[in-house]
Ligand binder design. Structure first.
Ligand code: XMP
Length: 486
């Protein structure tokens, strides 16, 4: 029996085991289409998502990534209220019409107006009464040199001097009004003068500057949020402000997790992605036991900060998990996106994941190194780094909310390390570099789009000696400039 078990053991393939074989192509890298799905209903322009970790994804990184066509998944190592606040911030940024407008009342003080504007990094506030009727606007220019104890109503621009518009106004029309009157903000009101939203010039400009940005039906940037499957309250609080919820446990193939996920899916109307899972059987159980799972986040132990495998020997490397879950999804004809999570270092790793059935990847390490990540920038000997630690590390565990993810099954075990990653610059530059690399890889593989990657791209095993030859060799490189880690 045990000999059979050993004989039937799978090969837990990882990124380093495989290479992409060249394939016939007619197209150039700039003709390659990277559009894909993160979950059943959430389309992306590039197949990248950021990991929900408290050194990685907060509102700033989520905004930057959505502007580039990917999606940020907000971390949950904080109170539900804080996570909701992060989501609201993304929804307020760069949307065509801001619906959840920050307002102030006429009897508040200039001090309060300044605090609100500073905290939310905005330069103006509509003034409304208790029935939400628009009665004025106050801007940074009005408050800058005004006594702090003055009341808003004495300083604001009154209603009769405000240019406003009704709901349903087109982008072009709004732009024309803003330009014609040389104003920065256009309040949207109903026929009674009640405030319904706000259009700002800055946001309209952002839409032009980032044509690849991904947005919801109301023109707001898309964002996802991580939740524990056992925290229905948080799921419901986040639901109005996010496009997708991501179940965030280290081992989702667990009876209690499956029943809790079922409950969450029944109670919320946004897409729910389940993870992490690493086997065909786990995907099969979810597909057959729960209707309406919206995608799978896969991989167990490949993350750059993981010590799960060192400690437990449990391992479903990201590539192995991708192949198995993608096959289950295909066999059951459910067409759910598979998100390859953990261990991605290069565009080539992403290409391999796509070739083996992924729709998108999730990156922690790469995005932690970005300017917009939540982690601290540190300088050592004149070189910049950013802090990065696992969500199962002692550091993250000290923040109580992280406990349930890595406390099962080994409650007292630390399953992640703390360290530094090279500072990489802004998300925009990092994404540009990864997109260029990925398109080049797809060009070599003979693929024009992600479906082609699934159907046409071929892979081969590489020997350990071959792996050495695949990197620069027999040359002295005085200064290493590339970040691909050879
Ligand atoms: P990268 O390689 O991008 O991987 O750093 C990010 C992914 O790693 C997972 N993760 C952990 N896994 N212990 C683990 O075993 C941890 O402390 C830990 N923290 C994060 C997670 O799936 C993330 O997306």
């Amino acid at each position: 029996m045990f000999r059979t078990k050993l004989k039937n053991a799978s090969i837990a393939i990882t990124f380093n085991d495989l290479v992409l074989l060249p394939g016939f192509t007619r197209s150039e890298p700039n003709e390659i289409d990277l559009t894909t799905y993160f979950s059943k209903n959430i389309k992306l322009k590039i197949p990248f998502s950021s990991a929900p970790m408290d050194t990685v994804t907060g509102s700033e990184l989520a905004i930057a990534l959505a502007l580039q066509g990917g999606i940020g998944i907000l971390h949950r190592n904080c109170s539900a209220e804080n996570e909701v606040e992060m989501a609201k911030k993304v929804k307020r940024a760069g949307s065509y019409i801001i619906r959840d407008v920050l307002t102030i009342s006429p009897n508040q003080t200039i001090e309060e107006a300044i605090t609100l504007m500073t905290r939310h990094n905005i330069h103006g506030l509509p003034v409304v009464d208790k029935d939400k009727m628009l009665i004025g606007i106050i801007t940074w220019r009005d408050v800058r040199f005004t006594a702090r104890d003055q009341l808003v109503k004495n300083v604001m621009t009154p209603r009769e001097k405000i240019i406003s518009a009704n709901d349903g106004i087109t982008v072009e029309e709004a732009k024309r009004i803003l330009q014609e009157h040389r104003i920065e903000k256009l309040p949207i009101v109903d026929s009674n003068g009640r405030l319904l939203g706000l259009i700002t010039y800055k946001d309209l400009r952002m839409q032009e500057k980032y044509p690849n940005s991904i947005r919801d039906e109301e023109g707001r940037l898309r964002v996802g949020a991580a939740i524990s499957p056992f925290d229905l309250r948080r799921a419901k609080m986040l639901e109005p402000f996010v496009d997708v919820l991501v179940i965030d446990v280290a081992h989702a193939h667990n009876a209690n997790v499956i029943s809790a996920v079922k409950r969450i899916i029944e109670e919320v109307s946004v897409d729910v992605v389940v993870g992490n899972i690493g086997t065909y059987e786990a995907a099969e159980d979810y597909i057959t036991k729960i209707d309406d799972v919206a995608g799978f986040r896969v991989g167990l132990g490949s993350g750059s900060i993981c010590t799960t495998t060192v400690i437990t020997r449990a391992f479903a490397p990201t590539l192995f998990a991708t192949v198995n879950v993608a096959d289950a999804v295909n066999d059951y004809k459910v067409r759910l996106p598979v998100i390859a999570d953990g261990g991605i270092r290069t565009p080539g790793d992403i290409a391999l994941a796509l070739a083996l059935g992924a729709s998108a990847v999730m990156m922690g390490n790469i995005f932690a190194g970005c300017k917009e990540s939540l982690s601290k920038l540190v300088s050592i000997g004149g070189v910049f780094y950013k802090e990065y630690y696992g969500m199962g590390s002692a550091r993250a565990k000290a923040k109580r909310a992280a406990l349930d993810r890595y406390s099962i099954p080994s409650k007292d075990i630390v399953e992640g390390v703390e360290g530094l990653v090279p500072y990489r610059g802004g998300v925009e530059d990092v994404v540009r570099e990864f997109v260029a690399g990925l398109k080049a890889a797809m060009g070599y593989a003979g693929a024009n789009n992600i479906k082609d990657m699934w159907e046409k791209a071929r892979v081969a095993f590489v020997t350990p000696l071959g792996l050495n030859e695949s990197k620069p060799h027999d040359i002295i490189i005085p200064q290493q400039k590339m970040s691909w880690g050879y």
